[in-house]
Design a protein around this ligand. Sequence first.
Ligand SMILES: CC(C)(COP(=O)(O)OP(=O)(O)OC[C@H]1O[C@@H](n2cnc3c(N)ncnc32)[C@H](O)[C@@H]1OP(=O)(O)O)[C@@H](O)C(=O)NCCC(=O)NCCS
Length: 305
Amino acid sequence: MDIVLSLYNKEKEAVSFLPHERGFLNNLKESIKKLFKYGKGIVAIYNNKLIGFIAGYEIDECFGKCKGIYTPLYGHGVRSEYPKSLYQKLYKHMSEKWVKNNFMTHAITFFAHDKETIDIWFWMGFGLRCVDSIRRVESIDFYNPSISIKKLKANDIPLLADLHRNHNEYYRNSPIFMPTEDEDPIEDLIKWLSEDNHHLWAAFNKEKPLGYMRIEPSAETFISKHQDVMNITGGFVEPNKRKSGIGTLLLGEIQQWLKKNDYSLCGVDFESFNIVGSSFWNKYFTPYTYSVVRRIDERISDLYR
Ligand SMILES: CC(C)(COP(=O)(O)OP(=O)(O)OC[C@H]1O[C@@H](n2cnc3c(N)ncnc32)[C@H](O)[C@@H]1OP(=O)(O)O)[C@@H](O)C(=O)NCCC(=O)NCCS
């Protein structure tokens, strides 16, 4: 807990509006306990003191058909008074076990402004894949009189069937290449909207829906679950209507709603290689985590036998 919290507070020096740790301490403690119960990891001890650790969850199919290990934001750290090169030793030790057991994809999430840690993992063969970002809830001044934004209820959902289907299929395209599964768009969105504190807005030109955006109370990190934070977990605008401010109008409307409902922070997560998505979120949000991935050549296991 101490190590993770000190890394968090270091990130807070760069992103000052990250929420106070008080709001996620219990949650964080439970997550770390769970990781050490169900995941696997090692600790580095020096003079009877824990000075670093790395732990992850085993995943049967990790970004592909091979097995992998995911180390979350709270699953690693090195005490600030020790060199970050300890990560190299921890990874050398742990990855040997992972690879011998055929866990060939390794993914780890760390804070986005921790330059030394970023460099260590980059030099160990990891590349960026996911980003968690955050912004203060603030109005966005942008107007387009031909577009109206409405908050939707379950019986409006059939209007969004095509948009939601296209959104799901969007991630299969270059250069994202995520093999999303086919789903019934209406059933999926109605079920999503029926969950507690889930909200959805759509943009219309006259009666025609051109885009939507949605929020919910938790996303990918323990910070996203903080009571002051609401998270955008989907947004899509018709391809031929993009870059004319529809996404901005939807985000602006969400800011108004969050303000009225006493949320001070708005989070989002996205794939870094989603070109238009990254560009949009980077315009309005500040990254606070990066998740990086390394894929080991599985032929090494033939030589280990
Ligand atoms: C992300 C998305 C919802 C934004 O909607 P939008 O209506 O195009 O957004 P806006 O016109 O209000 O915002 C414009 C900003 O988005 C980014 N953007 C939008 N279209 C872009 C494009 N074709 N290329 C690069 N950046 C683009 C730019 O940062 C742009 O800012 P700028 O106009 O100052 O350059 C839309 O691009 C989309 O549906 N993308 C595909 C789905 C997706 O990525 N969803 C996010 C999931 S995490």
